[in-house]
Design a protein around this ligand. Structure first.
Ligand SMILES: NC(=O)c1ccc[n+]([C@@H]2O[C@H](COP(=O)([O-])OP(=O)(O)OC[C@H]3O[C@@H](n4cnc5c(N)ncnc54)[C@H](OP(=O)(O)O)[C@@H]3O)[C@@H](O)[C@H]2O)c1
Length: 296
């Protein structure tokens, strides 16, 4: 067994952090930090973690309520924009590696093909802009041992997410209208964590894109989730209608297309990138108690 690795997991009560804790290698000694005991926006508290001497810092903390961020600009900037910069300072102070998670919403959605790591960000929302500022705060510090992983449409155990919302609505309503003119790729948290672990093993620092494979609309994603849920329970929903973004106005503007290219991570880490439909099936199996850990 290799030597123990001390890991500071920031945002430890969130959805992605749940998968990190379930899938972590046996030699990881994980210390979790989250609100209310730990506040990423408090630079002094963040830098105080140097006393714990972490070898690895994983930042899963964020203000992820995309629409809520529109009216909480200062809080979004503090958590998503400045907090990651404090973690980069901490990582430098204690010689730790930093893994930070960012989003497809840093792009404007006007591209014709999958977004590369080298494409220019141009966020449409307060959330997207604050997440971009977080990336920039890390990069400005010149931290060498750092991974920034952009992901999209995240769902998994241990948190509220689109799949669970769709299943709940399908229990409650006979008819649902779901946006069909925004295209992206769902990502199962367990797959993202496996990709993260591969990058850490490989040690080639930098910015990476990771989502599941393929592309779909929110409508396609909802239909697939509801079909799988129907195998396990009786649902009220009879009709799922494709609607447009304009039919369902929300405070935050979202990219109409935000598929991420996985060319770089595939080439460098060789990690498996399962199709989104396959991973959704595995999530449902896990959700039903079929497999609490790996899904495959
Ligand atoms: N969810 C998605 O669809 C999606 C898509 C692309 C990228 N991402 C990125 O993936 C990462 C993980 O997302 P997730 O969905 O797992 O997030 P999540 O479930 O919302 O978890 C985030 C955690 O951070 C905590 N947090 C918020 N403000 C904090 C602060 N000031 N100090 C310490 N902790 C704080 C939250 O606590 P409270 O719950 O108490 O606020 C929560 O426990 C984030 O960086 C997110 O931007 C998510």
């Amino acid at each position: 067994m290799s030597a123990s690795l001390k890991v500071a997991l920031i945002g430890a009560r969130g959805m992605l952090a749940d998968a990190v804790q379930r899938l972590a290698p046996g030699n990881w000694d994980i210390h979790g930090y989250d609100l209310p005991g730990f506040d990423l926006t408090d630079r002094t508290s963040v830098l105080d973690l140097a006393g714990e001497n972490p070898d690895l810092i994983i930042n899963c903390a964020a203000l992820t309520d995309v629409d809520g961020c529109e009216s909480r600009v200062e809080q979004a900037e503090a958590v998503n924009g400045r907090g990651p910069g404090y973690l980069a300072e901490l990582a430098r102070d204690c010689g730790a590696t930093l893994v930070h998670v960012s989003t497809d919403f840093v792009f404007n959605g006007e591209k014709d093909g999958p977004y590369l790591e080298t494409d220019t960000p141009d966020p449409l929302s307060v959330y997207g802009l604050s997440k971009l500022h977080g990336e920039q705060a890390i990069l400005a510090g010149g931290l060498e041992r750092c991974f920034i992983i952009r992901t999209s449409w995240l769902y998994g155990a241990g948190g509220g997410n689109f799949v669970e919302t769709m299943v709940r609505l399908a229990r409650e309503r006979e008819s649902l209208g779901i946006v069909a003119d925004q295209i992206g790729t769902p990502t199962w948290t367990d797959d993202l964590v496996r990709a993260m672990l591969r990058l850490l093993e490989q040690g080639d620092y930098g910015i990476y894109h990771y989502s599941n494979d393929g592309a779909c609309s929110w409508y396609d994603f909802a239909c697939a989730a509801i079909e799988l849920a129907r195998h396990d329970e009786k649902l009220a929903v009879r009709q799922i209608r494709p609607i447009t973004t304009a039919d369902y106005p929300l405070p935050a503007c979202r990219p109409r297309y935000s598929v991420l290219s996985k060319q770089k991570i595939g080439k460098i880490s060789g990690v498996e990138i399962p199709d989104w439909r396959e991973s959704l099936k595995r999530y449902f199996k896990q959700r039903q108690g079929g497999d609490k850990t790996h899904g495959y």
